[in-house]
Every structure is written in C-alpha cells, then in structure tokens.
Design a protein around this ligand. Structure first.
Ligand code: AMP
Ligand code: DBH
Length: 530
C-alpha cells in the first residue's frame, strides 16, 4: 500500500538507512541506556527515560484493554504536554496508528481525519487555551471512545498493567502525519518506523545533538518540524532532555531556556523575529543552535539571529511528506544566510523541473542554477498519500517523485534556495492553508456565488490570506460576517481569512479560469498603498 517498490526498499535496507527498528523498540533501548536521565520536562513535571518507558508500556496495555486493536487508527490531539510522548510511544508499542492533529484543529478537521481513516478513538486533553477539547472530540460522529488527559478515562489507561507485546512491523505504517495540502481537505501522510527513524537519526546527527543537549519544543509538538527535525524524537534518540514549552512566545520560552539550560530549539520565521526583538532581558547563553524553517527565512532576519540570540542559525526546509534539508553547522556563513539547506541523505533524489508545466516529468529538468519546481524521491519521502489514489496521480510522477509544489534554485554546493511555490497554498508564518479548503467553506454561505483565496504579502507573517468573494444577486455579505461564518464552521483559527474583498467578478485567464495571479497582483498593489 503506497509503499516503495521492492528494489528501492532493498537498496535503502542495504545502505543501512532502514534498520528494522520500531519506535517502541527504540524507547526500550533508550530506557536501558539512560534510565535515570531526565527525558522530558513539561507542565512542572520531569520524567526520566525509565518513567517514560514505563508509562508508554502501561498506555499500550491500557489502549489494547479498552478494545482498540493493533492496526486501528486513533486521532491524537495533544498540546505540548509530557503525555504526548507517553501516548504516542504507547500507541506505537500497541501497533495502533496515531493520526497527528494539531491543537488548533476544530470540528471540521477532526471529523475529516476520523472519517478519512476510520479512526476508532480520539486521545485529547480535557481543556486547552480555554477550549473544551474533550467535548469537541465527543461530538465527532463515528468515534467510539474519547480519552482526555485530565479525565478518569485517561488515568485508567495510565494505570493499566504492562504486559509483553509483539513488536509491530517496522516497515509498516507507524502513523499518519498531516499535510498542509493545496487541494480540498488536508491529506494524510503514511510514515513507517523504518523511514521516519532514518530521518530522525540523521537529523539528530546533522543538528549536533548529544546526550547533554537540551531540546526545547516551542511549536506544537505534533507538527513534523518539532517532532522530527530533529525535534523531540531526535532529542530522545540522542539521549538528550526534551523541554516542552506550553506557548512559543518569548515571555514563556526565554525563562525556560534559562532555567533548563536549553541548547537547541526550532521556530518559524515570525517567531524568530519576535525572539530577536525580545532578546536582551534573559540569559540565553546556553543556546547553541536555533533552527528556523516552515517558511522562508529572509536574509535580513537570518543575519540578525546570531548576534541577537548568541547562537548559530540552522535553516531547515522540510515537509511532512518526507524530504528535509538543513544548512550544516559547519557550512560557510554565506550559505547559512542565503539558502534553506541541502537534503539529509545522499539518497535523496532532487529534480528541478519546468515550473510552467504542472505535468513536468523528472526528465524535464531546467539548466543548473535556474529556478524550477522541486520534485523529490528518497528513503524517507512517501510514494503516495493515504487513501488518495486520484490525488496521488497528480501529486507524484509516474516514477515516484513527489511534486513538492515549491520553486527552488540549487547552488553548486547542492544547497536549495526556496524562491516561491506553484501550489495553491498560503504559508501563513509556517502554517499552511490550502486555498481550496477555505474557498469551499466560503462557498457554503448562501450569499456567496464564488470565492478565491490568495496570499497577500505581510511584513510579520510573510503571508496572510485574502478571500475574494463574488456575491449572489441578493444582499452583499460583509467581510466580518463571512469571517465569522468560516470560524463557526469549526475550522482552525489560522484558516479564517485575514482579509475579505467582495468584488463583482474575478479576472479570468486566457482559458477562462479565475486568474489568481491577477488577484495577487491587485493585492500587492493594495498592500503597497497602505
Ligand atoms: P507540509 O507539506 O504541510 O509539511 O509543508 C511543507 C511545505 O512548507 C514545503 O513544501 C514548503 O512549501 C514549506 N516550507 C517548509 N520549510 C520551508 C523553508 N525553510 N522555506 C520555505 N518554505 C518552507
Ligand atoms: O513546514 C514543514 O512542514 C516543515 C518545516 C521544517 C517540516 O515538515 C520539517 C521541518 O520537517
């Protein structure tokens, strides 16, 4: 199912990338090696590797005792709490497949995840940021069970008696990660123990993680970046300490960096800018590396990070579908400031192809140094989304390359510079929004005839969303009403359009399609006037 062809799989095994180890087995060996070391700090609690190991054993048993079976899917919507780790390792040990929802997701997204993978349960938190997650989860149709951290049902999972469990297949689906997507609803990304562990292991090495490193998760930990680049998993792999920050703002994070002697963390560019602004009041001298990624880190910001925060900048360009690029810690400054890094693996295959042809094949490469659309294939890049045959025919080439939708240029050193994108997605400070998903919500409004959602340049976030709306003949809807309408349909707050423009009609392209390029140009002109 959606797997790598046998000859590729054999090659990745032969080169030692895929080692046949599961995450559950990894935790067992970590607990054996570093039992009494602190593994995770969060919410005032500190668990050693031995404790995390035991909690994961209990949760694995508790989940199976509750009737959930190996192979079942369970949506996990947890904020940055230590239970994220005990739950996810517990599910992995039980052979149950976690689906990583973000804390910002609401009814519409959760329902889609549950339906799409026929999830049997949701593991969430009773309340977070004044939102009743447990009630939200219980209202999702088709969910048999909801376990919420802070409620007795979850405590029962944690109190189960550990027992020996068969180790799941390391080459099978370990979890479903989310894609920001560019069409309709978010796609689900099937990752295996073998492929993900390879990217985690190499990320830990490339980011210089050691046993005495302290990794701080500032972004929501279920996101691929703080989970695996090198993330909490990379930190644990190295026997380091993980610190979970409840929120990413400087006022929350800086005291934690000081108190826990944090050495490495990762942020999106707007957060990096906010941290640079706020620096000076706290002792951040333990910080060695700041990873910046998720959206393009401009040169100006890149130059300010080292001096302001007293650490080395490491740019990261990654995607939940697989490919992750890093600038290396010993790269010349010029490359660190001006590129988004080079791939983890020498087996990551990169093709930069004709950007004007959405059906360009891996053979349609542009001349060296020119901008093109990035295609990639490799030992930790999926060959297809989960249960999405139709979309996969567009999103992957016949020979298995993933069409990232990103526009890049490659330097002679093999580093990639991200210069834009061809996919219909808005990158709102690292939060990805599929234009079509928001358009569909708007079109559900009775006064909306047509909608087109595009990115508008923003000084702080890089991009914000603007929804152009053509009304039906009746009364014109107001911008405020449409924004409220989208919010009330139960979507993540970051997807609610920042701007709404009601217009009589859309500009069209030569073939009669809505010209999003013309809409964007109009907006850029508008932004220039303000
Ligand atoms: P997703 O597929 O939702 O995991 O989002 C991955 C996408 O985020 C990439 O395809 C890029 O469009 C974007 N992205 C991630 N890191 C960077 C970066 N450092 N610079 C520019 N874009 C990035
Ligand atoms: O944006 C991303 O999805 C991302 C950014 C940095 C990512 O998935 C990653 C590193 O692994």
């Amino acid at each position: 199912m959606n797997g790598w062809p046998a000859d590729f799989a054999a090659r990745y095994r032969a080169s030692g990338h895929w080692r046949g180890q599961t995450f559950g087995a990894l935790l067992t060996s970590l607990a054996t090696a570093y039992g009494s070391r602190i593994a995770v700090v969060g919410e005032g609690r500190r668990w050693t590797y031995a404790e995390l190991d035991e909690r994961a054993h209990r949760i694995a048993a508790g989940v199976l005792d509750s009737g959930i079976e190996a192979g079942d899917r369970v949506v996990v919507q947890l904020p940055n709490v230590p239970e994220f780790l005990s739950v996810v390792f517990g599910l992995w040990r039980a052979g149950v497949v976690p689906v990583f929802a973000l804390p910002a997701h609401r009814e519409s997204e959760l329902q889609h995840f549950v339906e799409h993978c026929e999830a049997v349960a949701i593991i969430t938190v009773a309340e977070h940021e004044r939102h009743d997650h447990a009630a939200m989860a219980r209202a999702i149709p088709g969910v048999r069970q909801v376990f919420a951290v802070g409620e007795p049902g979850f405590a029962a999972l944690e109190a189960a008696t550990p027992r020996a469990l068969p180790d799941p297949d390391p080459s099978g689906m370990a979890f479903l990660q989310l894609s920001g997507g560019s069409t309709g609803l978010p796609k689900l990304i099937p990752r295996t123990h073998d492929d993900y562990l390879y990217s985690v292991r190499e990320s830990a090495r490339i980011c210089g993680l050691r046993g005495d490193s302290v990794y701080l998760a500032a972004l929501p930990v279920a996101h691929n970046f703080p989970l695996s680049s090198p993330g909490v998993l990379g930190a644990l792999h190295a026997g380091a300490k993980v610190v979970l920050a409840p929120r990413p703002d400087a006022a929350t994070v800086f005291p934690l960096i000081e108190r826990e002697a944090v050495t490495i963390t990762g942020v999106v560019p707007p957060l990096a800018a906010a941290w640079v602004q706020a620096s000076g009041r706290h002792d951040l001298s333990t910080l060695e590396v700041l990873l910046v990624g998720g959206a393009k880190c401009g040169r100006e910001l890149a130059e300010r990070i080292g001096p302001a925060l007293g650490c080395r900048l490491q740019q990261v360009f990654g995607m939940a579908e697989g490919l992750v690029c890093y600038t290396r810690l010993d790269d010349p400054d010029e490359l660190v400031l001006s590129t988004q890094g080079r791939p983890i693996s020498s087996d990551d295959e990169i093709r930069i192809v004709d950007p004007d042809d959405p059906a360009a094949t891996s053979a349609d490469v542009v001349p060296p140094g020119e901008v093109g659309a990035l295609l990639t294939r490799g030992p930790y890049t999926i060959r297809g989304y989960y249960r999405a045959d139709e979309h996969n025919r567009i999103a992957f080439t016949d020979d298995g390359f993933y069409r990232t939708g990103d526009l890049v240029r490659r330097t002679a050193t093999g580093h990639l510079e991200v210069v834009g994108r061809v996919k219909e997605q808005i990158n709102r400070g690292g939060e990805k929004i599929a234009a079509e998903e928001v358009e569909n919500h708007l079109m559900a409004h009775p006064a909306v005839l047509d909608a087109a959602v595009v990115a508008v340049p923003d000084r702080f976030l890089g991009e914000r969303t603007c929804a152009y709306v053509v009304p039906t003949d009746g009364e014109k809807p107001t911008a405020a009403e449409l924004r409220r309408f989208v919010r009330e349909r139960g979507v993540a707050a970051f997807k609610v359009p920042d701007l709404v423009q009601v217009v009589p009609e859309f500009p069209v392209t030569g073939v009669g399609k809505t010209s999003k390029r013309a809409l964007r140009t109009a907006l850029t002109a508008l932004a220039g006037e303000r």
